[in-house]
Write a protein that binds this ligand. Structure first.
Ligand code: ADP
Ligand code: MG
Length: 257
């Protein structure tokens, strides 16, 4: 069987802040054009992984490549291959949606910044609100604008660090739709999330980061198979990722749940 080309490859990644070891040997791989969810609770180290992959932070050990380039020895090439939408929105509240997009398009020196902005506004359902100050936007609209901004220049890889944290359920669904359509257009998406449901809905593959390592990774179907069979028989419906998560952590810690 041929292995698909990788957009991201991480092996044995270590990172400490002072004496606190946050990453203790993290391994995973993301196939080109797929959606990969890095799932973990608050403080698990998700943002730390994203910062290392986006060259904002140096690892203490291990190796990571993005678009085939080593994040430590080839940071410039890595930076050309991705865009990052971080946990705090980068949009300017005083500017309108259109102005925000044009500004970024000019900064990234793309051709026809106005055309690029208008196309993105259309695609993200923001055309009507384009002339309004972002300060008046809802949470979901801002996050969609944020994602639209990160697409300027057509990066092959996009990192979304907790794209729906703090959004209400309706806005979350709006953002999910956009992430899905991103992947359909061939972009590789690595997203981090604390929401099991989000990983379940969006991701081709899911990796659970827990206490410094990836305790399990695979497709949702593969993760479901890890659930103890006796338990699976007891429930008529499919187990949720949350149940899988708890079952795995329970097994790891030797706790019977
Ligand atoms: N710059 C820093 N200095 C010290 N500790 C940090 C720093 N950044 C993150 N941490 C700690 O490292 C752990 C992992 O953080 P983070 O990667 O932000 O987790 P997540 O994104 O999964 O919530 C947390 O305990 C956090 O408090
Ligand atoms: Mg984080």
């Amino acid at each position: 069987m041929q292995t698909p080309p990788l957009a991201i490859h991480v092996s044995g990644l270590h990172k400490s802040y002072g004496k606190m070891q946050v990453l203790k040997g993290v391994d995973f791989a993301v196939a080109k054009g797929s959606i990969f969810a890095l799932l973990g609770s608050n403080g698990a180290g998700k943002t730390t992984v994203v910062k290392i992959l986006t060259t904002l932070l140096k690892p203490d050990g291990g190796k990571a490549t993005v678009a085939g380039h080593d994040v430590v020895s080839k940071p410039e090439q890595v930076r050309e291959s991705f865009s990052l939408t971080g946990q705090s929105a980068a949009v300017d509240e005083i500017l309108t949606g259109r102005e925000n997009l044009i500004m970024v398009a000019k900064l990234r020196q793309v051709k026809n910044p106005r055309q690029v902005a208008d196309d993105l506004l259309q695609r993200f359902g923001l055309a009507e609100a384009a002339g309004r100050r972002v300060g008046t936007y809802s949470g979901g609209m801002r996050r969609r604008l944020d994602i639209a901004m990160s697409l300027i220049g057509n990066p092959p890889i996009i990192f979304l660090d907790e794209p729906t944290t703090g959004l209400d359920p309706e806005a979350r669904i709006e953002v999910w739709k956009e992430i899905q359509s991103l992947a359909n257009s061939g972009t590789t998406v690595l997203l981090t999330t604390q929401y099991l449901e989000e990983a379940e809905k969006l991701a081709d593959r899911i990796a659970i980061l827990h206490q410094g390592t990836i305790i399990v990774s695979g497709t949702l179907a593969e993760l479901r198979r890890l659930l103890p069979p006796a338990k699976a028989e007891l429930v008529e419906r499919q187990p949720t990722l949350e149940e899988i998560f708890l079952a795995i952590i329970g097994n790891k810690e030797g706790v019977r749940r």
